[in-house]
Design a binder for this molecule. Structure first.
Ligand code: TRP
Ligand code: SF4
Length: 325
């Protein structure tokens, strides 16, 4: 089996956008590859080092959501970055061969520097973010890395680091390939990209009532002012969710919207019903899993031990090639 690695920063409870943007893909791939799925808690430090009080809880919440959504710790290795110290050692070795210019050119670096100007991110650790990511991937000699488009430059840099390291030390690290998430960006309740930082998410922990209320409050086609105005479903975030969660009904809804036969209130009620039907089994699974105290800790301990053993194989070869212990 080919080896596959991916990670997520611990953002806490997952939302529909996380599912569409990553996890659905992971769940599909978990039985076709030897998979390593990681909570990137060290990566979370690169921009959030001032307040780390929530790390433990958001890690546990996220892993619980992974499990409720169908990631299987028997099939995939599920672990936490900071529990596998080899990542730090590999990061150090890679740092030696990575030219500064490569890192300064990474688009996410330039962007974030601008966006997070008010927070202090002009740090060494932040610049080194993709080197750490290269260590995550190459510790498992992964060939496939399922990620969103925003991460493709990091995978590209990982290939360059692998190539350079192999060239300098005569090692045989594979050059991994990004496997881009098939689904497009999911829109949130306000019509912007669904994101925790925008506060526009629908999460897998929302109760049926909460989901219904959030959907009721969603923005629609702004040009559709009166009930009798025809709408344009293509610009409506409610319709975008119908497409995903109500694929068979979407065409009829589009027609009803365009002809003003269907009102937004009824359209939203239908969406809420479909969403709740999709979320209910996830809620039930989480409820069943919460009855097993210590589950997340157990999964992470077992997964991290498996990951550490595999990373040690890589590190053993690299240390020898470099000539260090
Ligand atoms: N940087 C990734 C993100 O922000 C998370 C991540 C860390 C990752 N290490 C990784 C993804 C290794 C893929 C492979 O989404
Ligand atoms: Fe959006 Fe539905 Fe209203 Fe059309 S009817 S604008 S798709 S909410």
């Amino acid at each position: 089996m080919q080896r596959l690695m991916s990670g997520m920063r611990p953002t806490g409870a997952l939302h529909l956008g996380n599912w569409a943007g990553a996890l659905a893909n992971w769940v599909t791939l978990q039985r076709s590859f030897a998979c390593y799925f990681m909570v990137a808690d060290w990566h979370a430090l690169t921009t959030g080092y001032e307040d780390t009080s929530g790390l433990e809880e958001s890690t546990a919440e996220m892993v619980m959501d992974w499990l409720s959504l169908g990631l299987d710790p028997e099939a995939a290795v599920i672990f936490r970055q900071s529990m596998v110290k080899a990542h730090a050692e590999l990061y150090l070795l890679f740092a030696m061969v990575t030219p500064l210019g490569w890192l300064e050119r990474v688009p996410t670096y330039k962007e974030q520097l601008r966006e997070l100007a008010e927070r202090e991110v002009a740090t060494y650790g932040f610049l080194g973010y993709p080197v750490l990511q290269a260590a995550d991937i190459l510790a498992y000699r992964a060939e496939v890395v399922p990620v969103g488009q925003d991460q493709s430059s990091h995978v590209e840099l990982t290939r360059e680091i692998a190539r350079r390291f192999n060239h300098v030390f005569g090692t045989a690290l594979p050059e991994p390939e990004a496997r881009l998430t098939p689904s497009p960006v999911l829109l949130g309740t306000d019509g912007r990209k669904m994101s925790k930082s925008y506060g526009n998410t629908i999460t897998f922990r929302d109760s049926a009532q909460e989901v219904t209320a959030k959907v009721r409050g969603m923005v629609t086609d702004p040009a559709r002012v009166r009930r009798t105005d025809p709408g344009t479903p293509e610009v409506c975030p409610v319709f975008a969710l119908h497409r995903i969660y109500n694929p068979e009904g979407a065409e009829e809804i589009a027609r009803g919207c365009r002809t003003a036969a269907l009102g937004c209130v009824a359209c939203k009620a239908m969406l809420a019903e479909r969403l709740n039907a999709a979320l209910e089994p996830v809620r039930e699974r989480r409820f069943a899993l919460t009855a097993r105290p210590g589950l997340v800790e157990e999964v992470l301990a077992a997964g991290s031990a498996r990951a550490a053993a595999e990373a040690e194989v890589t590190l053993g070869a690299l240390r020898a090639a470099v000539g260090v212990r």
